[in-house]
Structure formats: structure tokens, C-alpha cells
Design a protein around this ligand. Structure first.
Ligand code: NDP
Length: 328
């Protein structure tokens, strides 16, 4: 049986950072990149807020640099998905999308989350050209401009507040006649006179030229009337789906499906399996925070691998009642 000390699943900033660190620890990590190599960053254009790039960098270039750095230190990359993880025995057994089976003493999950989109006409065409799912990433480009935010949950209201501090005007499109967001964020929103709330209103279509968004077709779903709103940018904030389908039967996840980690660490409830990046982050969801937690996962993994005990002829770990490795 060919057992890897560390298998990493996912190829965004979290996965690649974990790989760089694990490779530099000499663990020869095997990283499964999945089909969309590079994750969410490949869907964006300019990244201006990643430290170290004062002139900005294209999202695609940033992840290609991370990949090159991971390869440089000895990471092996396979362009496959992991379709199942069996934790009943150690080492863990992982099956890839080409049916190949791999064994791992530790697994770092960095499969990210996927922003939900509406599926309306031209939404994907203008992604990175006026349509975005991240105000923190792209809001800066809309200073003194007029934007739409779609959604009525906490994320949408937070995005609207963030944008209200930059944009001249924010139109918040809410499909119902009320918000889903918590009362405290709703209260906070009331302080922004440049946010106009459009209840019972849905985005129907994105309009633009060859390069950028110019307008939105919106529908009042009570009167069933359509209007065209000239606009500079559109932020879709209707939630994210963590990419955890494969792990939900083996790991503890929250109501939405995000992997639960022990606060301040990347430990999951299964010793030897770690989670980092957006797959366990409902709060920050930034490339730099994902990279930071990828580093944490590699450090946690290294400590775990160093602390293994040999029992009954094969590696296992000793854990306390909280699932934390204790055999220092
Ligand atoms: P939510 O699922 O809570 O809200 C999604 C919003 O988008 C809802 O208003 C929903 O409308 C709307 N929506 C969904 N699909 C469509 C559609 N097709 N067209 C128009 N509108 C649509 O997602 P969030 O990302 O806001 O929040 C996820 C979780 O993260 C929540 O638990 C939230 O509390 C938490 N969170 C907490 C924050 C904080 O505490 N600071 C910040 C951000 C998130 P409808 O209501 O009609 O279903």
C-alpha cells in the first residue's frame, strides 16, 4: 500500500499555501486540484488587495504563482476530484474521480465554497466585468459609482453597507417584502441614506457593452412590471455553497454544510483531517485569510504527524475527549 503522509484536496489559496508549507516540511504532499484548478480566484480579474502586489495581480496569475511555488518545493499535483473519503481505518482511503485509490495519514480539506448566482441572462458573461459576488474584493472599483446588490440576507446587507461607504448610491434588490438578515444588521443599514431598498424586486437580465455592465433589467414581482436601471456594477449576494458534499457523512458540518473546525485551529472532529479556507469560513472568505488558514492547516498537520503513536503495528493517534491529539 502506497501511503502518503499528507493529501491536500483543493487548489485555491488555502490548498496551495498548505502545500507550500507541507512540502517545505518534507512531507511530499499530494494535492488534488479538482476540475476548476485555482478555485474562485480564477473567476475574478484584478486582485488589488493581496499583500505583496502593489500594482495588483490577475486572480489567475496569483494562483498560477502559488501552484509554481508548491511544485518548486516538491508538491505532486493530480488534476482529479476526490469523490470519497473513508475514515473507518487508518490510513484514510481516498478515491479519485478516475477510480484510483490513495491512502493518507493526514488529509487537508481546502475545497472552498461556491458563490451562488441567479442564472439570469448575461450574469456569467459580465463576471469580473461589472458583475461580482464579493464587495470586499471588488468594491473599490466602484468608488463614486452606482451599484446594485441582490439579496436580503446578512451577506447582502453587509455588502450593501460596505459599498455604501464607497459608491455614490446602492440599490438593494430584495425579492420578498422583507429581509432575511438579522435585526442588528438591518438597524445598521438604516444609517446609510445612499442605500435605496427595492422590495419585491428581482434582477432579470444584465445589459452592457463589449467590456462592461451598463444597466440591469429589473422586475417588480408584485405588479409584474419591468424597468431598466442604468448601473455601473452588480453584486450578487444570495449566499455561498461550501464544497463539502463528499465530507458531510464523515465530518461535523454546520446547518449550511460548512465544515466545523475547533476555533483557533484547523482541526475537524476527525483527528488527522484538517479543514482550511472558505470550506470552513462563513465570515471572512478572502484569498488572504484562506491562504493564512492553509498555513495553519499545514502546521496543525505537521504537529499531528509528529505526534502519531504506533499501536498494534500501524500508525494511529491518541486523542482527548475533545478530539485533540495529546500524545506529545
Ligand atoms: P442567506 O441564505 O442567509 O440569505 C440569502 C438571501 O438571498 C436571502 O435574502 C434570499 O432571499 C436571497 N436569495 C436567494 N436566492 C435568491 C434569488 N434567486 N433571487 C433573489 N434573492 C435570492 O445567505 P447569506 O450569505 O446572507 O448568509 C449565510 C449565513 O451566513 C447566514 O446564516 C448568515 O446569518 C451568516 N452570515 C453572518 C454574518 C454576520 O453575522 N456578520 C455575515 C454574513 C453571513 P429569501 O429571503 O427570499 O430566501
Amino acid at each position: 500500500m502506497n501511503t502518503h503522509e499528507c493529501i491536500i484536496i483543493g487548489s485555491g489559496p488555502a490548498g496551495y499555501t498548505a502545500a507550500i508549507y507541507a512540502a517545505r516540511y518534507g512531507r511530499k504532499p499530494l494535492l488534488f486540484s479538482g476540475l476548476l484548478q485555482g478555485g474562485q480566484l480564477t473567476q475574478t480579474t484584478d486582485v488589488d488587495n493581496y499583500p505583496g502586489f502593489p500594482n495588483g495581480i490577475q486572480g489567475e496569475d496569483l494562483v498560477q504563482n502559488m501552484l509554481a511555488q508548491a511544485l518548486l518545493f516538491g508538491t505532486e499535483v493530480k488534476h482529479q476530484m476526490i469523490v470519497s473519503v473513508d475514515t473507518t481505518d487508518r490510513p484514510f482511503k481516498l478515491t479519485a474521480s478516475d477510480d484510483a485509490v490513495y491512502y493518507a495519514e493526514s488529509v487537508i480539506i481546502a475545497t472552498g465554497a461556491t458563490a451562488k448566482y441567479l442564472g439570469v441572462t448575461n450574469e456569467q458573461k459580465y463576471l469580473g466585468m461589472g458583475v461580482s459576488a464579493c464587495a470586499t474584493c471588488d468594491g473599490y472599483f466602484y468608488r463614486n459609482k452606482e451599484v446594485i446588490v441582490v439579496g436580503g440576507g446578512d451577506t447582502a446587507l453587509e455588502e450593501a453597507i460596505f459599498l455604501a461607504n464607497l459608491a455614490s448610491k446602492v440599490h438593494l434588490l430584495v425579492r420578498k417584502d422583507h429581509f432575511r438578515a438579522s435585526a442588528i444588521i438591518q438597524d445598521h443599514l438604516k444609517g446609510y441614506s445612499n442605500v435605496e431598498i427595492h422590495y419585491n424586486t428581482e434582477l432579470e437580465e444584465v445589459l452592457g457593452n463589449d467590456q462592461f455592465v451598463e444597466a440591469a433589467v429589473v422586475r417588480d414581482n408584485v405588479n409584474n412590471t419591468i424597468s431598466i436601471m442604468p448601473i455601473d456594477g452588480i453584486f450578487i449576494a444570495i449566499g455561498h455553497t461550501p464544497n463539502t458534499e463528499v465530507f458531510q457523512s464523515i465530518l461535523e458540518v454546520d446547518d449550511i454544510g460548512y465544515i466545523k473546525t475547533i476555533p483557533g485551529s484547523t482541526y475537524t472532529n476527525v483527528p488527522g483531517i484538517f479543514a482550511c479556507g472558505d470550506v470552513q469560513d462563513t465570515k471572512y472568505r478572502q484569498a488572504i485569510t484562506a491562504a493564512g488558514s492553509g498555513c495553519m492547516a499545514a502546521i496543525d498537520t505537521e504537529r499531528f504527524l509528529n505526534n502519531r503513536a504506533i499501536k498494534n503495528g500501524f500508525y494511529c493517534v491518541e486523542v482527548d475527549s475533545n478530539g485533540i491529539t495529546v500524545n506529545q
